[in-house]
Design a protein around this ligand. Structure first.
Ligand code: PLP
Length: 397
């Protein structure tokens, strides 16, 4: 069969390929330390599982409304109204099978061929894939190492904007770098959004993965809620990646179209899981807290070892479960001069399986520094110590 021409524009998420490679390496009897995928090896809190089981037994096993069950939409609206300070109602919410579908549905709903889209690179690779698949022009903006965090290169964004630029994709809190937008950055971006009449996809997949303080949403800035669609997901905060549940949250007229896309694509998100999501948001929060406690201990362990390696430097992000160390000096000393050699050598010599910057969008011209990304969500503290100890010996040896 002949594959459609449009498929040549469809990208992928290569972290899954790294996962498969690590599994194959492990199947040959090698020890693997899995730092490659943003998945959790922590089980979903039991009250959430019980609620799903109960809903199934109560007969919530048929179709449900295309935008999701009204009670979950109401609960999410009230949760977001208090965390974001925006007056959302259930009309602003379309439940989705995961966080990811909001990316494609946002572009299908709003973007015309030839429209330009600012998106983070390094960043979640599905933005680049979906922009190009739907005929948009991708304008990658970058992050720079600041004092204690990665910072958005706002000046570069200003230089890139043309009369055809229509969208900004913002991923705050950021995968892969663990960066969090400062108030100054948010205000500068909001200024550009207003000045150039842009619409925003705000990916908040990690909004609730933070160890101190409170997250602030870009949508809360003056004038932004009317121009922003939020990608919301249950995946990370409740250790529910495999359940596949999230939501698109934004202006009613956009949500209505997204709901029509739901009708066309999957009819509705899984019915009984939506009752579990109500329990996740309104029930006992001990499970959620425990997930964060576990992750924080892992972060502290990992950052300490990584920063003890010669030629490596790493921030200690207060958010997400990713680390994005600069390994330039260490890898150059080993004669490793491209990303695939770096990743494969580390895997084969130490069993440590990581993604690199190259898994997060096409590297940009003029990049001279090398970064790897470690997810500490899927590996226990004792294994972190053992694996990163081996990485240190290898890079320093
Ligand atoms: N957005 C970002 C930045 C992510 O890192 C991920 C998952 O890794 C997603 C969206 C997708 O989340 P979900 O698994 O809920 O589809």
């Amino acid at each position: 069969m002949k594959i459609a021409e449009r498929i040549s524009h469809l990208g992928t998420e290569t972290a899954f390929a790294v996962s498969a490679e690590a599994a194959a390496f492990s199947a040959k009897g090698n020890k693997v330390y899995p730092f490659h995928l943003g998945d959790l090896n922590i089980i979903t809190p039991s009250n959430i599982m019980d609620a799903a089981a109960k809903a199934m037994r109560d007969g919530k096993t048929g179709y449900c409304p295309n935008a999701g069950i009204p009670r979950l939409r109401e609960v999410l609206a009230s949760t977001l109204s208090s965390s974001h300070g925006i007056d959302y109602t259930m009309e602003n919410i379309a439940i989705q099978p995961g966080g990811k579908p909001t990316i494609s549905k946002f572009f299908m709903t709003l973007m015309n061929p030839g429209d330009e889209v600012l998106y983070p690179n390094p960043g979640f690779p599905i933005y680049e894939s979906q922009i190009e698949f739907y005929g948009g022009k991708s304008l990658p903006y970058s992050y720079m190492e600041g004092k204690d965090n990665f910072e958005i290169d706002i000046e570069k964004i200003k230089r890139m904007i043309t009369p055809k630029t229509r969208f900004l994709v913002l991923n705050d809190l950021h995968n892969p770098s663990g960066a969090e937008c400062s108030q100054t950055e948010m205000e500068a971006l909001a200024g550009l959004v207003l000045k150039h009449d842009l619409y925003v996809l705000c990916d908040e997949a990690y909004f609730d993965i933070r160890y101190e303080g409170r997250s602030r949403s870009f949508a809360s800035l003056p004038g932004m809620a009317d121009r922003t669609v939020i990608l919301y997901t249950f995946s990370k905060q409740f250790a529910m990646t495999g359940w596949r549940l999230g939501a698109s949250i934004g202006p009613k007229e956009v949500i209505d179209v997204i709901t029509r896309l739901n009708v066309n694509d999957e009819s509705c998100a899984n019915h009984f899981i939506q009752y579990a999501a109500i329990e996740a948001l309104t029930g006992d929060q001990a499970g959620r807290k425990k997930i964060l406690d576990i992750l924080k201990e892992r972060r502290d362990t990992a950052v300490k070892i990584i920063n003890s390696i010669d030629g490596v430097r790493c921030f200690s992000p207060n958010v997400t479960f990713y680390l994005f160390p600069n390994v330039t000096k260490a890898v150059q000393k080993k004669g490793l001069l491209d990303y695939e050699s770096i990743r494969k050598s580390i895997l084969h010599e130490t069993g440590v399986s990581v993604c690199t910057r190259a898994h997060f969008g096409r590297p940009l011209e003029g990049e001279t520094e090398f970064y790897i990304r470690l997810a500490y969500s899927g590996i226990d503290t004792s294994e972190i110590k053992e694996g990163l100890g081996k990485l240190k010996s290898y890079l320093e040896g």
